[in-house]
Design a protein around this ligand. Sequence first.
Ligand code: KG4
Ligand code: ZN
Length: 358
Amino acid sequence: MTEFSLMMFHWFVRVNFAVQYMDNNINILAIESSCDDTSAAVVKDGKVLSNLVATQKVHEQYGGVVPEMASRAHMQNLVPVVQTALNNAGVDKKDITAVAFTQAPGLIGSLLVGASFAKAYAQALNVPLIDVHHMQAHVLAHFIDDPKPEFPFLCLTVSGGHTQIVLCRSHLEMEVIGETMDDAAGEAFDKTAKMLGLPYPGGPMVDKLAAAGYEKRFTFPIPNIEGYDFSFSGIKTAVLYFLQEQTKADPEFVAKNMNDICASVQHTIIKFLLLKLEKAAKDLGVQHLGIAGGVSANSGLRKAFAELCDHNGWQSYIPEFQYCTDNAAMIGITAHYKYLAGKFASLDVSPTAKASWE
Ligand code: KG4
Ligand code: ZN
């Protein structure tokens, strides 16, 4: 090969790469099936064109998610949900440039349904496959709408299975600097609701009832945990003993004080969460802060978080409700950044129920 043809060859490779990874015409079909919501989204060049969530009602009668039933419902829901997501986006499947799916963490059966579907779809369309970490996606939900956070960005991710403080240096460079040692914040809400006889999932119900209650009526101890970690099992036990004691004296105690109990427990959870977040932000000198995950839909947390940031002169980021709880749009936006970075998965990638941060 002459020097000239070698130069032309390098030039060709570089141009080809740039065209392939250019930030336009990236149409991602994203699938989220980690727990009990079947969701599909179409994300074009980082913009969400459609985001559909089919909630599985079958679990309500059991007071919690039944894993096998969740897998079966995903199998029923996935094809129509994907088809509707494509229709709503006005995108033909031949224009899809990558298929993304939640690889971890979650219920293994549920993850398997989404992963198998995504692999088959990607193979049929002959486009790349992108594996996405669910917790990373909750954080990147902040990059769906404007204004987008600046880096470094500190995110408090609070969901049904996780509670984390994540330091983000870029879209794909994230470090979990604190997390729960036992229950997640969402579990603290759900278990409180269960003790109060409220239906599953209890978090939104506690939130609603707390709005009409007095948050300082009852006090529960804030756990004394080192660093930026959390523990919610103590709060749960304190609420349990408190309710047992009070109902012994007055069997109608819960019914008479429902709003104040919800407000007081919610206040304790929020206070603990924000105490740690504030400490982390001050220690690390981070000025851009966000909340993410299902519990970030909580109205008390949203308000208290915004107030904390205002008080300290920090920029606060709160996702739209539809991007707080599980959704495929957040999987799609994460896949968008992975696409730009050329991070694709091979077809033999397996879903994992428990996975550490990548
Ligand atoms: O992120 P998510 O949808 O699923 C997981 O990845 O776990 O979070 C679900 C959790 C549940 O525990 C649910 O009760 C809680 O988020 N949640 C709320 C609210 N909305 C959802 N907790 C408190 N207040 C809410 N408004
Ligand atoms: Zn989630």
